[in-house]
Unconditional design. Sequence first.
Length: 317
Amino acid sequence: MTGFEISFQDELKRKPFAEALSQAADLATGQVLHGLDGLDGTVADAMRYAVVGGKGLRAFLAIESARLHGISAAQAAPAAGAIEALHGYSLVHDDMPCMDDDALRRGQPTVHAKWNEAIAVLAGDALQSLAFELVARAGCSDAARVALVSGLAQAAGVRGMVGGQAMDIAAETAASPLNLAQITELQGGKTGALIGWAATVGPVMAGDDPAPLRNYAQNLGLAFQIADDILDIEGDAATVGKALGKDADAGKATFVSLLGLESAKQQAHELICTACDALDVYGTDADTLRDAARFVIARKSWSDDRQTQNALVGPRG
């Protein structure tokens, strides 16, 4: 076996969750920043600002799903950068006064608060464009690359994230709060669609069956949103890094308001168990993804909580 083959096999070995998450976040941010090399001006500065400091969960899902299908981090890095650029765009626009009107994100002023609304619109638009520029560089066949681009467009658009956001905005002025089925549909688009795309990067690039990872992501995405709703009640704004309690103040329905706090926690736990079961086809090689799922509902924030991450990882190989 050549040195290259040994190196490649080492790269495909499973890493602990905390390490894999950190490396994926750094890799994705590097892709975005490299895509902005040589660009000066306020819009480019705002784009860089918007993507630095993120948790990188979606990038992690892209890189880890690729690893499970024998694809290196270098090959999947453009897809990881793309999903973080697109997620960054969504946050920049979501924080604006015409949407959720938030002045704090990741413990820092939001883009429109730091600059102005026009810069926030342009930076978000440009991050969305950059996402498709990046994903088109993924290291896979032409057919797989087209599938990635098409899938990302659908996940980001009116059938996915934008559609979910539209439902969320409409709910603010609806005559009655949304019911559980409607909240589930809303979050499946607003939060779940991009998570679903990221988690299936690997099988799409490899031309394999994406069903197990799609099932994992569907349950993970819902658990993620329930955990966010719980943090909105139990969390501390300084720790979480954003304003809390806004949905309750606005009278909007959430998983917690509909299920109750304890039932919501139980539902999140059951969703994570189902997500982990969906990975059985990968055996213990998917344990990092299982650790990620457990972390989603154990976290107190999305800050760099190494103690919580390491406690979940354990000593497995």
